[in-house]
Each structure stands twice: as structure tokens, then as C-alpha cells.
Design a protein around this ligand. Structure first.
Ligand SMILES: Nc1ncnc2c1ncn2[C@@H]1O[C@H](COP(=O)(O)OP(=O)(O)OP(=O)(O)O)[C@@H](O)[C@H]1O
Length: 568
């Protein structure tokens, strides 16, 4: 079989749908020019077809897609497919990812699945499938993710033996009986919205002890540990710490909150840690550790500090703090309550007459700004691929949603304040600083290129203006262009434009493809569809009228709907 056979099969598939928004030019290069199609390295077979939400309507034309025998990745989610699960998909022996969620497929699942031995991800959620969940799913020995949520599956769930399965979702079906033993390791939310009965079972504890015996032993061990630890603390550190700057936790302060905050009038100030953490350092440790300047921003100088035990933190020495001690503390207290994996953690702060410090966790992968714009054009640059960009956008949207959920405003969303965690999810940094650094009547930071148009007059950030700035970050991710450097933008009709205006003008002329970063386009993957979806989200966020912008939870949902990066 050749690339030409694959091409004919796809054209045959497309010709069965009159109303789709897709157009493939028969004479153009399949591997480079066909939207949503990717070839293997030798460019002699098609390995991936991603056509989400292109308006396919009707049943699957038989023996079209199924002729692509080298296909590994198939995404046809969010279309309007009807009818049964296509039985000829058994031919797709190389398939590893199958996404058919959000269609109108129905009928029972046939026992074909055992044939798809390489399948890792199967998402058939949000369709109208019924009948029982076939036992033949056990044949999918490579399966890691199985999503059958929001269908009409009924009957009992059979014992499925899927050793590699790490995510499952059977919620919102009509399943009855109990959760079989082989699936009890998954959270109960994966089975919610069914008629399943709770199975009362004697919980086994480690070492096979009864629960009561285990609890008794555990409590005894805890009592011993706590008394031993207190004894060591009292004898070794009792005096030494009082003379230091670190205030220990006051027993009257609420658990998991702040360290004690007695009204301190010392000129030297005090470092305050968030409770529940190990206070591995005090101010002297911090100041005597080796520090490296990471940069100077609008709020002061940022240092990377490596402690004696080689742990690393970021210390911001804040300049021009406009609020008094009380407000500073209150603000920090608020920031300290925000705990989320996509929000940079504020570990401690310090306030004295001369110095105001904020201590954050350090992100060794650096900021999105560095990743996108650092070393461009140089040979040792590692380009940021589309999957990473999608993950960054997803993480950052989750972080901002968490901030907005608490009715807070960030006020300075930009790529140098978005950091990458070890898995390349974006994390929001510098939370709360805008409020401390500006007076309450001027809570904004005008970083050109990112700020919403209304802020020029109001000088006040809002959740709407945060969404605007987040939209600019999405456009930055898609184009690879820096919003702060206008030199990168092609002047249109003689006018110098900011990134958002430039993209609006290019898209209006239907040159959408022209805006995308060449670094992504040169990556084989056929992600144009996903990029166009992200572009639409970015443009919605940078709407000139603030009421027309979506709220961040909606933005997050739209980004997650492009592709669930967690599952893949
Ligand atoms: N927690 C962190 N982990 C890793 N790098 C960081 C961290 N915080 C800041 N940086 C990096 O340190 C540098 C200086 O940051 P700083 O916040 O002072 O300035 P900025 O982000 O450029 O501007 P602004 O003050 O407006 O936020 C930036 O390159 C930033 O990405």
C-alpha cells in the first residue's frame, strides 16, 4: 500500500460529506498541505488524521478511513457522525489514539475491540452508545485511557483486565450492579451518574491488619514521634531561635495558615512563612545564601537564591511599595491562601522599614517568554512544539481560573510571568504584586502590548483586563512574536500595530495561516485545526469591548476542548 492509496481513501471519505468545512486540494502535497493530515518520516504513509469539529454530518462511509492501515492517531471528535461504531475500524491495527467523542454515534459496541492491540487512548464519550460494555475491551492490552462517559451503556460492568489503564470514565450511563474488582482502584467519580450499588467490604490495611488494629498502632506511633520531636526541639532549638528573626508558629494561629504575627515594632522586621511548610531557612540563611540576579522588573529586582541544602527559591526585593505594613501583610495573607499547582507558590515574605521581600518557588525551566523568544534563530535553540504550547496554555488558564475564582485580579499577565513546571504546564507567577505596588486607585501595570485598551483611561485592572492580557499570551504562543517588540510585527498599511491589532487585521483579510509561528508549522503534526481553534479563543479574549470577552472558566473549557493534554 502506498501514500497514493491513503490519499484516495481520504478523498473518498471526504467526498461522502457535502457540508463539511474542509477542503483538500487533490493536486497538492498531502503530507504538507492537507489540513489535519500527517505522514510518517519517509512520507510514504499517512499516520495521523485530526479533523475535530469540521462539520462532518452522517454515518461513516465504510472502507474509507479504515483503508489507512498505518494510521496511528485518529481524531474526529465534535462532528455530527451518526449510526453505529464503524465495524471496519478493525483494520486499523496500528491505531494508538482514537477520539470520537461528542458525536451522535449510537447502538451497542461490537466485539471488535480485541483487534486493536495497540490502542492506548479510546474516547467515545458524549455519544448515544447503548447496550453493555463489551468484555472484548479486555483485549486492548495497551489501553491507558478509556472514556465512555455520557452515553447510555447499561447492564453490569464486567471485570476488565487492562493492566496499563491509568484513567477511566464510565460516568453518566445506565450501569447497574457493583464496580468490578479490577476497576476498584479508580476514584468513585469515574462511575458517578449510574445506578451502581456501593460494595461494603472489609478494607485491607497495609500488612493485612484489621482496620482497628492498624489505627491503634498508627496512633501509638504518632504519639511517640510527636513527643520525641518536641523533646529534640525544646532541648536543641528552644533558645537559639528566639534570638533569630524567624517567628515560630503560634499555637493559637489557625492550622495550615500563617506563622505568628505579634505586632512587631523592631526595625529589622520579620520573615513570615506560610504554615504547614517546613521552615527550612530563616532570614539570616536567606541573606547569607548565594544569590544570582534573574532580572529587574517593574516591581524591583528578582534573585535566584540557592540555600545551603541546595534548595532554590526566588526572592523578589520589592521597590516602591505604596501600601503600609498592615495592607502589605493583608495582601500577602490573601495571596498565601491561593494554593494551586498552576499558581507559583508564595513561600514567605518579609517586611521591614528598608526592605520588602517576597519568596516564591523557583521554576528551573524558566518563563514562557524565555522559551518562546530566547535564542531565536540560533542553532542551539530548542523550538517549543505545539503540544508543549497547548500544555502551557492549559496550565496557565487553570492557574488564572483559580485566581479569579477567589475574586482576585492578577493585573500583570504576560509571558515573563508564566513559568513552566517540569511537565511544561504553565504556572502563573507574581500573583498579588500589582496591588501592593500601586495605590488602590491605580491597580494596574501598563506593560505595553499586553494591557487592555480600557486601562489606558481607567488605570485599573479588572478580571476582564486579565482575560485580555491572557488572550495576548495565547496569540504570542501561536505566532511566536513578542507583544512587547513591535519591530517583529509587519507594519500594516503604514501603521505600527500591537500584536492583537496586527492579528485582527491579518485574520480579517483571511490570511489566517500567515500568523502562525513557522517553528510549529515546520513541525510535522498537522495541528493547523487546533491552532485555528486556539486563534479563535485568543481573538475572543482580546475583544475591544470588555463585556464581549469570555470569562476565564469559559476560556479554560474551550482550550481543554481543543485537546485534552492530560489524557494524551
Ligand atoms: N519564580 C520564578 N522562577 C523562575 N524565574 C523567575 C521567577 N520569577 C521571576 N523569574 C524571572 O526573573 C526575571 C525577572 O523577573 P521580574 O518579575 O523581576 O521581571 P519581569 O517579569 O520581566 O517584569 P515584571 O516586574 O513586570 O513582572 C524574569 O525573566 C522572570 O521570568
Amino acid at each position: 500500500q502506498t501514500l497514493d492509496d491513503d490519499k484516495k481513501a481520504l478523498l473518498h471519505f471526504l467526498s461522502s460529506f457535502k457540508s463539511s468545512r474542509l477542503h483538500w486540494n487533490q493536486s497538492s502535497d498531502v503530507c504538507h498541505r492537507w489540513t489535519g493530515v500527517t505522514c510518517n518520516e519517509n512520507r510514504d504513509r499517512i499516520v495521523s488524521v485530526r479533523l475535530p469539529a469540521v462539520g462532518f454530518n452522517g454515518s461513516f462511509p465504510p472502507f474509507t478511513i479504515s483503508r489507512l492501515s498505518s494510521l496511528k492517531f485518529l481524531s474526529l471528535r465534535k462532528n455530527h457522525f451518526t449510526g453505529d461504531f464503524p465495524s471496519d475500524f478493525t483494520n486499523l491495527k496500528s491505531l494508538t489514539h482514537l477520539y470520537l467523542q461528542h458525536n451522535h454515534l449510537s447502538g451497542p459496541l461490537l466485539a471488535i475491540f480485541s483487534e486493536l492491540k495497540n490502542l492506548k487512548v479510546l474516547d467515545l464519550s458524549n455519544n448515544g452508545f447503548n447496550g453493555s460494555i463489551p468484555t472484548s475491551l479486555s483485549g486492548l492490552t495497551s489501553l491507558q485511557v478509556l472514556n465512555l462517559a455520557n452515553n447510555s451503556f447499561s447492564g453490569e460492568i464486567t471485570n476488565l483486565h487492562l493492566p496499563k489503564l491509568s484513567q477511566i470514565n464510565f460516568s453518566n450511563n445506565k450501569l447497574v450492579g457493583t464496580i468490578p474488582k479490577s476497576l476498584q482502584r479508580f476514584q468513585s467519580s469515574a462511575f458517578s451518574g449510574n445506578n451502581l450499588t456501593e460494595r461494603k467490604k472489609q478494607r485491607k490495611t497495609p500488612f493485612g491488619l484489621s482496620q482497628l488494629a492498624f489505627l491503634l498502632i498508627l496512633s501509638a506511633a504518632c504519639v511517640l514521634c510527636v513527643s520525641g520531636f518536641s523533646f529534640i526541639m525544646i532541648t536543641c532549638f528552644g533558645k537559639a531561635r528566639i534570638s533569630g528573626k524567624l517567628r515560630k508558629r503560634d499555637s493559637s494561629s489557625p492550622p495550615g495558615n500563617w506563622t505568628s504575627r505579634d505586632d512587631n515594632t523592631e526595625e529589622g522586621g520579620k520573615i513570615i512563612f506560610f504554615g504547614g511548610r517546613n521552615h527550612l531557612f530563616d532570614l539570616d540563611d536567606l541573606l547569607s545564601s548565594s544569590a544570582e540576579v534573574l532580572g529587574k522588573g517593574a516591581f524591583g529586582t528578582t534573585y535566584k537564591v540557592t540555600m545551603e541544602d541546595m534548595s532554590t527559591v526566588v526572592v523578589k526585593r520589592l521597590k516602591e511599595v505604596f501600601v503600609g505594613r498592615r495592607e502589605f501583610e493583608q495582601q500577602m495573607e490573601i495571596i498565601g491562601t491561593i494554593r494551586h499547582e498552576n499558581v507559583a507558590e508564595l513561600k514567605a515574605y518579609y517586611y521591614s522599614k528598608d526592605d520588602k521581600l517576597a519568596v516564591y518557588s523557583y521554576y528551573s525551566h524558566g518563563s514562557l517568554f524565555e522559551m518562546l523568544h530566547g535564542n531565536r534563530g540560533r542553532y542551539h535553540r530548542v523550538p517549543l512544539d505545539w503540544d508543549a504550547r497547548l500544555r502551557i496554555a492549559t496550565g496557565a488558564a487553570r492557574g488564572l481560573a483559580k485566581i479569579h475564582e477567589g475574586k482576585f485580579i492578577h493585573g500583570n499577565i504576560k509571558s515573563s510571568n508564566i513559568f513552566l513546571d517540569s511537565q511544561y504546564y504553565g504556572c502563573i507567577g507574581d500573583v498579588g504584586l500589582t496591588t501592593i505596588m500601586r495605590s488602590l486607585h491605580q491597580t494596574t501595570c501598563l506593560t505595553s502590548g499586553y494591557h487592555a485598551p480600557e486601562i489606558t483611561d481607567t488605570r485599573r485592572s479588572t478580571q476582564f483586563s486579565d482575560v485580555y492580557s491572557f488572550g495576548v499570551v495565547l496569540l504570542e504562543l501561536l505566532t511566536g512574536k513578542s507583544p512587547v517588540s513591535q519591530a517583529e510585527l509587519v507594519p500594516t498599511e503604514g501603521k505600527n500595530m500591537d500584536l492583537a491589532s496586527w492579528i485582527r487585521s491579518v485574520v480579517a483579510k483571511e490570511w489566517t495561516g500567515e500568523v502562525f509561528d513557522m517553528e510549529i508549522l515546520s513541525q510535522s503534526g498537522g495541528f493547523e485545526e487546533e491552532m485555528v481553534e486556539m486563534l479563535q479563543i485568543g481573538l475572543a479574549c482580546v475583544a475591544l469591548k470588555q463585556q464581549e470577552r469570555p470569562h476565564i472558566p469559559q476560556v479554560l473549557k474551550l482550550i481543554e476542548d481543543i485537546r485534552s493534554v492530560d489524557a494524551e
